[in-house]
Design a protein around this ligand. Sequence first.
Ligand SMILES: [Fe+2]
Length: 187
Amino acid sequence: MTTSLTPDTNQLRKVSSLPTELALRRAAAFLAHLVKDPDFVGSWILPFLEGASHAQDWYVAHRLDADDGSFSLQVFVWPPGTRTKIHDHSSWGAYCCAAGTVLEERYERLDDGARPEHARLKQAWRLRWSREDGASTVLPGDGGIHRVGNPGEGPAISVHLYGPRMGEVDGRDYDPSRDHVCDRKEV
Ligand SMILES: [Fe+2]
């Protein structure tokens, strides 16, 4: 799959150089605007909608990574009934739904992180996000423990922007059924 239009990488680089709180505000505004841009939708969203109904699991259909690792813009495809594990990221992140609706569950940590591979979680909120709702944002690490999925009948697509990583790993995966957390292995 090829896309003809590339978002403004200079703007993305500028956003990713800002302090986290400011970067997240700018990233949210950038994404909310981007998913309403007809050129972007035509080349980055619509080509992936058809496949979104047939796949078994969610996947990243397209991504634009900065050479220096300062940002990563990714298009996530959510077939009906798919969802991520509960996870966090080693960077800040923002995402905006571009088609359909996604459901996000956000979690808080109840333990102090002192025990290796141990994490006790409590669900903080659940929200449905559509294009008109703007972007959801996560802080790195414990400030952004969440799960995103598509419990609906139709496909959904969301566009995610991640800032520079604070560590070597991409993030962590959580299993609250056994109070477990581990570094995510990249595929
Ligand atoms: Fe995430």
